[in-house]
Ligand binder design. Structure first.
Ligand code: IMP
Length: 169
């Protein structure tokens, strides 16, 4: 496995993202929604650097690959909090085709939040579908490689690797 992003580069970038997010939200109350499972480590590191009042919620999704351009995303664990009128920050591990991000966007927009923003650690734009919402905060833009570590899995394994590596498939 080849290293793509070192632990120290991740730490530095998470700090920069947190500073950007702190400037954006000011003193508002925010609901941070961690998308399981891949974003659990990123969310844990990020929220400890956010300095406004927040609560953390967890949402889990599964996606089924049906055909080249039709992925079906389903919610396996939804959030319990009422989002009506709330400021929401979604924390996601990686955007690839964009199907998951598009699904989350429409699923959460239907809950009538005051604002809905996305923070994504990794952006893999090569296979991006049209009409994918742009993340508001992005950690790293990466090439079209399968990556693991720092919460991201390969076949549910390798989430505990502290850096981000390319998983040769
Ligand atoms: P999308 O719907 O095609 O944008 O895919 C997003 C989801 O696929 C992410 O939330 C990840 O769970 C998974 N995924 C996509 N690329 C990778 C990768 O390189 N490593 C680990 N998971 C990935």
């Amino acid at each position: 496995m080849t290293e793509l992003i070192s632990k120290s580069d991740i730490d530095k970038r998470v700090g920069e993202l947190a500073a950007e997010i702190n400037r954006t939200f000011g003193r508002e109350d925010v609901v941070v929604i961690c998308i399981l499972k891949g974003a659990f480590i990123f969310t844990a590191d990020l929220v400890r650097r956010l300095d406004f009042p927040l609560i953390v919620e967890f949402m889990e999704l599964s996606s089924y690959h049906l055909a080249v351009s039709t992925d079906k995303v389903v919610v396996t664990k939804d959030i319990a909090t009422d989002l009506t009128g709330k400021n929401v920050l979604v924390v996601e591990d990686i955007v690839d085709t964009g199907s998951t991000l598009r699904f989350i966007h429409s699923h959460l927009a239907a809950k009538n939040p005051a604002s809905l923003r996305f923070c994504v650690l990794l952006d893999k734009p090569a296979k991006r579908k049209k009409h994918t919402p742009l993340p508001d905060f992005t950690g790293f833009v990466i090439p079209d490689e399968f990556v693991a570590g720092y919460g991201l899995d390969y076949d549910q394994k390798h989430r505990n690797i502290p850096n981000i590596v390319i998983k040769e498939t």
